[in-house]
Design a protein around this ligand. Structure first.
Ligand code: AMP
Ligand code: ZN
Length: 664
């Protein structure tokens, strides 16, 4: 055998053993033999760099170091899931589905909801091309080098796979491996990790892939997206993925009736505790992909899937002290500082008490024993007080009336649940909070700068608002604590680069109360530049689609403020984008103004997402289901029959993709 042949044989065999061991859980050789073969391959590869293969099993041990994870846009957006907490919620969901699909059979695939870090793997010609974290759903971090070290992720596929597709899954850390890691940390005098989920997602962002390789991470897959996959149902998808070499949990079940779905939930609510990893619910998906297509998505999640969250565990502990936090909007949040307690795999030390009413409602006092629950979210909740254990002589909690940070008298407007510190320009956490928001990922995404840096820069008197960021020099930053020459340079460059961020994100970054990402986008599109927006009256703003009175009032208040106007003038001077780009403007028309258009099926020249964007860019609204208000139904290939019947019944014009494009 030539060396090349031997390399290829070893790679093939090791791949098969990897699959047997990590995916199928049925090894056919000893660890010793495996290690021996791996070492042999390593040596041969070292002598023959010309036979390099990016999918070689030797790459599993890691070694590549990533300094900065590149941001990558997902080809297909990664959506969230809607949550339900009761069987009634689920029944309501099923009724909504029936309403859209009409009188047809609907089957469901039930899967467990694994609690880890979501990941999207892209395969091209059967090879792992990249692995990207969910990020904000639209774009995430390229963590391919780290993912390659996870043994259950196939680097090369078997069988008859599509030439290009994305597969989604969850990176999890089994309890056993997590506990082992913590044992070692404690032995080394290090703080133990909080919970498997956070440790799994933290692992993906480690710079040294050799460290990732040492962690017993696993990757469980559940969904394929891409064109021409030839897949017709969720159930078939799971099956095919398994065949190509992916680790797809076998506990999934295809259910024909609601009763079967409920039985699956009841069974796993109990038996999930026997599983090696954390699960926090069941995901129920409409099985037929054609039906999924007809149901479509809301702005956040698919209408064809629903997560059912298991009831969370409760524990009791002592409330030591109530402290108060000031947010970037000046909102005060009372925080319960608890005697540390273990809950669902996490040590809980603090819990939010939300507001004064909540404290009154719970009648919670310092020294009380309380019941704490962890829902699906990271932040635990206090459910109730164990009155039987209330210490004698305990006194009702006294809500603060002054800001704990700047001593300003707190105000509470009618209708507001929270108390506010109105010292907008003088209250430290509000000042730093706004700047932290400005630099954050979904806003200006300034690299090389974190929340702590902002606090430091503020403490040193170098910045008091976000415009000041643009005046920072390397010489000012270097002397700061923990700042090296290089990081100071990155910081200054990061700020300079942010002038490229498009107007809609700048609108979000400004931190105007109630102006979230979606609203910022709407405003940017409607007004096209900041001057027009800041000149708008409340009445004009309310006329914009989806802008309510509360938002309008807040925008006007922001715009009238002299300090804000000055800050924005300064930002303009630094080159920050305050109008839509030429390109964005060029493609915008009012052709479809006031019209709702529904798209359904598969299209030829443009993708579904591009079609939707076209509708919005031309002033129209994308509708999700057909009603008498629908102006057009753009019908592609494989459109659901019920949509057609409904459109015909209501006299909604059905047009082809070509007709629609011609219209624009
Ligand atoms: P959420 O983060 O609560 O919106 O829930 C959505 C997330 O659940 C997805 O991004 C996945 O990472 C995760 N997930 C875990 N198991 C599944 C599953 N079987 N099907 C779909 N999503 C799942
Ligand atoms: Zn204050």
């Amino acid at each position: 055998m030539t060396d090349q042949e031997q390399i290829e044989t070893l790679r093939k065999e090791l791949r098969a053993h990897n699959h047997n061991y990590y995916v199928l859980d049925t090894p056919t050789i000893s660890d010793y033999e495996f290690d021996h073969m791996l070492k042999q391959l390593q040596e041969l590869e070292q002598n023959h760099p010309e036979f390099y293969d990016p999918t070689s099993p030797t790459l599993r041990v890691g070694g590549a170091v990533t300094k900065n994870f590149e941001t990558m846009v997902h080809d297909h957006r990664m959506y969230s899931l809607d949550n339900s907490y009761s069987k009634e919620d689920l029944e309501d969901w099923e009724k909504r589905i029936e309403r859209v699909l009409g009188d047809v059979e609907v089957a469901f695939t039930c899967e467990l909801k694994y609690d880890g870090a979501s990941i999207s793997l892209t395969y091209e010609n059967g090879q792992l091309a990249r692995a990207v974290t969910r990020g904000d759903g639209t774009q995430g971090d390229n963590v391919t080098t780290n993912i390659k070290t996870i043994k259950s992720v196939p680097l090369r596929l078997k069988g008859d796979f599509p030439s290009k597709f994305d597969i989604r899954g969850e990176i999890v850390l089994p309890f056993e491996g997590f506990e082992q890691m913590n044992k070692e940390r404690i032995a080394n005098g290090e703080e133990p990790y909080m919970n498997p989920r956070n440790t799994a997602s933290g692992s993906l962002k480690l710079q040294d892939s050799a460290l990732v390789a040492q962690r017993p991470l696993d990757c469980l897959l559940y969904g394929i997206v891409g064109p021409n996959t030839g897949i017709e149902s969720q159930w078939q998808m799971l099956d095919k993925a398994r065949g190509w070499g992916f680790k797809v949990p076998t506990v999934a079940k295809l259910c024909k009736t609601t009763q079967e779905v409920m039985a699956f939930i009841d069974y796993w609510d109990i038996h999930r505790h026997d599983l090696p990893y954390e699960t926090d619910g069941v995901v129920i998906k409409v099985n037929s992909l054609q039906q999924q297509d007809e149901l479509g998505f809301t702005s956040k999640s698919p209408r064809w899937a629903m997560a059912y969250k298991f009831k969370s565990e409760q524990v009791s502990t002592v409330l030591n002290e109530i402290t108060y936090q000031v947010g970037r909007t000046g909102a005060i949040t009372p925080v319960a500082n608890l005697e540390p307690v273990l809950l669902a795999g996490t040590t809980v030390k603090r819990a939010s008490l939300h507001n004064a009413d909540q404290i009154a409602k719970l009648d919670i006092r310092e020294g009380d024993t309380v019941f704490v629950e962890k829902g699906g979210e990271i932040i635990p909740k206090i459910i109730k007080v164990d009155l039987a254990k209330r210490p004698v002589g305990s006194e009702a909690a006294n809500y603060i009336d002054q800001c704990p940070e700047c001593e300003t008298e707190l105000t509470r407007t009618e209708g507001d649940a929270k108390h506010y510190c109105t010292n907008y320009y003088g209250c430290p956490p509000q000042i730093t909070g706004r700047i932290q928001h400005y630099i954050s990922r979904k806003a200006m995404d300034i690299e090389g700068m974190g929340s702590e840096t902002i606090e430091l820069l503020f403490k040193e008197g170098l910045i008091t608002n976000y415009a000041d960021l643009y005046t920072l020099t390397k010489e000012q930053v270097v002397p700061l604590e923990r700042m090296a020459e290089k990081s100071a340079e990155n910081l200054v460059n990061g700020v300079a680069a942010s002038v490229q961020i498009p107007f809609e994100r700048v609108m979000f970054a400004l931190g105007i109360r109630f102006v979230g990402e979606t609203v910022a986008k709407k405003l940017a599109k409607a007004y096209k530049n900041i001057d027009a927006l800041m000149a708008a009256s409340e009445e004009e703003l309310v006329a914009v689609d989806e802008i309510g009175e509360r938002i309008a009032r807040s925008v006007v208040e922001f715009s009238r403020n002299e300090t804000n106007r000055e800050t924005i003038d300064r930002l303009k001077g630094y080159g920050v984008q305050f109008s839509l780009s030429e390109e964005q403007l060029e493609n915008q028309t009012d052709t479809l103004k006031g019209l709702t258009v529904v798209v359904s099926g598969v299209f030829e020249t443009v993708s579904r997402d591009e079609l939707k964007k076209l509708i919005e860019n031309n002033g129209g609204k994308v509708g999700s289901s057909i009603s008498s208000k629908t102006a057009y139904l753009v019908a592609g290939d494989k459109m659901g029959p019920s949509k057609r019947t409904k459109a015909e019944g209501l006299g909604v014009p059905i047009i082809t993709e070509q007709e629609f494009l011609a219209m624009l």
